[in-house]
Design a protein around this ligand. Structure first.
Ligand SMILES: NC(=O)c1ccc[n+]([C@@H]2O[C@H](COP(=O)([O-])OP(=O)(O)OC[C@H]3O[C@@H](n4cnc5c(N)ncnc54)[C@H](O)[C@@H]3O)[C@@H](O)[C@H]2O)c1
Length: 313
């Protein structure tokens, strides 16, 4: 099988690429290193890596024409700065439309997309959120641009799966609370936690499900979620434990920022029905794997798509 992975040097894309190479597939990656790293995918005889942007339409078309992928895993996304609408739209809207359009014109058989749960808005109307919940991404540039890409995919008529994701974490995770907690604790700085709750899922559990989707399982929208959430403080405690710190560094407890969401719990029932039961890796194991990655490679900047940054100074 030949798979083109956009954003293949990032957290999710690189784990999928690794699993595909291991089972004998050919992989072509395009990544502009915005948040990815070349060293996430060592050289391999069945791997090609193009360091460039999906916003270049001619390049995207050329890659499809020459490589002729059976499947596309579209994992590239821009989210680093909530006020940088230019970068978000260039990658997520223009780049995303380029990839969808090329897949359509070159008759790619399967298209896998990853959507943010922020597509359901900052104040979701139900818990857990079902796939029937309306998309209302207007509270965030990231969600607006990611939803635009998802809508182009729906419009295209391509055979696709879109995974709307819980918080996917593990090695190579550069965004959100996990790398922030690690870096601050390493620097001896105080962390704060809000009283929000999240469902943290291990990136390798997602990657295994994506391989099934590339092979033909599923059609349309799915939630990739364990179905139960934990307080952010539990993630913090898991980081402290994985770092093996001598004393417990007490975090500050703070109110939620105006663009943060108290709880995002996605209903995974359709996923379990079509993909079968998923045995989710426990949070401590997931966090320990991430911390051993940070110890070797660092955290790469600790991004968050939230305007009111989680930890300052
Ligand atoms: N991790 C999560 O919890 C989560 C949640 C919801 C959605 N997603 C989506 O999943 C996908 C993968 O996320 P991730 O966690 O691996 O993030 P990531 O930042 O590790 O990976 C994104 C990759 O895209 C690359 N990229 C960015 N702009 C590009 C461009 N113009 N051209 C080519 N490559 C570009 C980056 O360099 C990076 O390697 C993204 O589409 C993201 O929106 C992730």
């Amino acid at each position: 099988m030949k798979t083109l992975i956009t954003g293949g040097l990032g957290q999710i894309g690189s784990h999928i690429a690794e699993m595909m190479l291991k089972r004998g597939d050919e992989v072509l990656v395009i990544d502009n290193l915005a948040t990815g790293r070349r060293e996430h995918l060592p050289d391999h005889p069945r791997l090609q890596v193009v360091l460039d942007t999906i916003a270049d339409r001619n390049l995207v078309n050329q890659l499809f024409e020459e490589f002729k992928p059976d499947a596309v895993v579209h994992a590239a996304a821009s989210y680093k700065d909530p006020d940088d609408w230019y970068s978000d739209t260039i990658t997520n809207c223009v780049g995303g439309a380029n990839v969808v359009d090329a897949a359509k014109r070159f008759s790619t058989q399967r298209f896998i997309y990853f959507q943010t749960s922020l597509c359901y808005g900052l104040k979701p109307q139900e818990q857990p959120i079902t796939l029937k919940h309306p998309r209302q991404p207007e509270g965030s540039s990231y969600a607006i641009s990611k939803t635009t890409n998802e809508l182009y995919l729906e419009l295209s008529g391509i055979d696709y799966v879109t995974f709307r994701l819980a918080n996917v974490v593990g090695p190579r995770n550069v965004a959100g609370p996990l790398p922030i907690f690690y870096q601050r604790l390493k620097d001896g700085k105080k962390c704060f936690v809000t009283n929000s709750r999240r469902d943290f899922v291990f990136v390798k559990d997602l990657a295994q499900t994506v391989l099934k989707a590339c092979d033909g399982v599923g059609r349309g929208a799915y939630h990739f979620s364990s179905g139960s959430d934990v307080p952010i403080s539990e993630l913090y405690d898991a980081v402290v434990k994985a770092m093996d710190l001598p004393d417990y560094p007490q975090p500050d407890i703070r109110e939620l920022g105006p663009d943060d969401v108290a709880s995002i719990l996605l209903d995974p029932s359709r996923t379990f029905k079509d993909f079968g039961p998923i045995s989710f890796t426990p949070i401590q194991e997931t966090v320990t794997a991430a911390i051993s990655y940070y110890k070797k490679h660092g955290t790469l900047g600790e991004y968050t798509h939230l305007r009111f940054k989680e930890q300052k100074s």
